[in-house]
Ligand binder design. Structure first.
Ligand code: SF4
Ligand code: SF4
Length: 198
C-alpha cells in the first residue's frame, strides 16, 4: 500500500529499507547492553507519560507503518488504539507556547516488556535514549546521546530532507514532526490505509 502511494521513496529500495541510517545508534545500544547498561529490569518510564514526548518526522512515521504493515498489524485495532491514545493525552489540541505534550506511547508493552517496534524501525530519539547505570529500575539517570544523534542527522540530512519533503507533499502534511499517534493516524487517514471493517 505505502509502496503504491510513495513510488519515489521505494524506487531505490536501499534508501527506504537501509539499516545504515540506524546502525550507529543500534550498535551503541548493543555495546551499552554488553556493559550491562540495559533496560531489562526497568519499568520503561521513558515510554510513558511521565517522560515521553517523542515526536517523529514523516519518514520515521512511514518507517513505523511499513514495519506494522509487514507484521500485519496495520488493522482496525491499531487505529482504535491510536485514537484512544490521542484522546487520552489530548494530543490533537494546541499546546501553549509550543510545549511538547507527554504521552504513554501506544507501542509501550508495559512494565519491563519494552517496545513492540523493531530497533530497525523505531524513532532515532528512542534508540539514542539509554541507561547510564547498571540494574536500572526506573531510569532516573538515563540520557539521550545527543552527539551520536547529531552525527547521524548530519550524515543523512540530504537524503532524509528530500524523503521528508516528498512524503509531506504526497500526504499534504503541514508539520515537520508530530507525536507518534498523530503522525501515524494522519498518514493512515490521508493515505486511505484504513483496512476494511470486518
Ligand atoms: S516507539 Fe517504542 S521506544 Fe519509542 S516511545 Fe514508543 S514504546 Fe518507547
Ligand atoms: S532504563 Fe532508561 S532507557 Fe531503558 S527503559 Fe528504563 S528509562 Fe528507558
Amino acid at each position: 500500500m505505502l509502496e503504491q502511494l510513495l513510488p519515489e521513496l521505494f524506487k531505490n529500495q536501499n534508501d527506504i529499507f537501509h539499516r545504515q541510517r540506524r546502525r550507529a545508534l543500534v550498535n551503541e545500544m548493543n555495546s551499552l547492553e554488553d556493559k550491562k547498561l540495559s533496560c531489562a529490569q526497568c519499568v520503561g518510564n521513558c515510554c510513558t507519560f511521565t517522560s515521553n514526548s517523542m515526536r517523529v518526522t514523516p519518514l520515521e512515521a512511514v518507517e513505523i507503518l511499513l514495519f506494522l504493515q509487514k507484521e500485519r498489524r496495520l488493522n482496525q485495532d491499531l487505529i482504535n488504539q491510536l485514537e484512544t491514545n490521542v484522546l487520552e493525552f489530548r494530543l490533537d489540541k494546541e499546546t501553549l507556547f509550543g510545549i511538547k505534550k507527554n504521552y504513554t506511547c501506544p507501542f509501550y508493552l508495559g512494565k519491563c516488556k519494552g517496545c513492540s517496534i523493531s530497533r530497525w524501525s523505531k524513532p532515532y530519539g528512542c534508540l539514542a535514549f539509554n541507561a547510564t547505570e547498571e540494574n536500572v529500575l526506573e531510569g532516573k539517570s538515563c540520557q539521550s546521546n545527543q552527539s551520536l544523534l547529531e552525527k547521524r542527522d548530519n550524515e543523512f540530512k540530504q537524503l532524509e530532507d528530500s524523503m521528508n519533503s516528498y512524503i509531506k507533499k504526497v500526504f499534504h502534511l503541514p508539520w515537520e514532526k508530530e507525536s507518534i499517534p498523530i503522525a501515524l493516524l494522519e498518514l493512515i487517514k490521508k493515505g486511505e490505509l484504513r483496512p476494511p471493517l470486518d
